[in-house]
Design a binder for this molecule. Sequence first.
Ligand SMILES: Nc1ncnc2c1ncn2[C@@H]1O[C@H](COP(=O)(O)OP(=O)(O)O)[C@@H](O)[C@H]1O
Ligand SMILES: [Mg+2]
Length: 208
Amino acid sequence: MSFLKLEGLSLRVGTLPILRDVSLQVEPAEVRALVGESGAGKSMIGKAILGTLPDAVDVTSGSIYLDGEDLMTLAAKDRRRLIGSKAALIPQDPLTALNPARRVGPQISNRLVDILGWRRQDALRRVIELLHEVHIPAPERVMRAYPHELSGGMRQRILIASAFAAEPRLIVADEPTTALDVTVQKKILRLDPGYAAPPRHSTVVCYP
Ligand SMILES: Nc1ncnc2c1ncn2[C@@H]1O[C@H](COP(=O)(O)OP(=O)(O)O)[C@@H](O)[C@H]1O
Ligand SMILES: [Mg+2]
């Protein structure tokens, strides 16, 4: 079975259809692009996969299988843990996706603690390792910094590191073109060898 499989997914907000009968399969290590104009529903597909649909959105039909598990039939907590351990988002706007009021290290490591049940010390050690991998100098100091103390490029790399923290097998990159520089884009999509990304992950990338 495909690593990710959407079958006949339809979403509505009230009576307004948002997605109609969307099917999609992604194999291990495959890169898939979702292309469409603004408002077409690309981000909604990403949110459906990651279990982060807004409350106003109803799933009216369809199923989503992630690594063979039917997400719709899982209890919310199990679904969150499953998705958190297998998939991650590179957000549409990496520059505002960090909470300005909190130090960057705990923002990344808490996700590993909360969703995956890692020990706090292990999570912090992993984050330092990840910051090394995306070539951030003095990671221990950067972990204690607030987002505004870091350059845009640093924050970009921190969010990418954070997406890869639990070695996800699926990355959803929502319009990376809008906020990432070309070098980083190439690296995410593995057009450029030798990046921190694990070599076997699948990618769904949304393009306007
Ligand atoms: N939080 C929301 N509540 C209700 N409708 C929304 C919400 N976010 C987006 N929409 C609607 O869902 C549709 C698809 O949006 P979206 O997936 O963001 O499009 P895209 O990413 O392709 O630009 C749009 O018509 C948009 O107006
Ligand atoms: Mg979008």
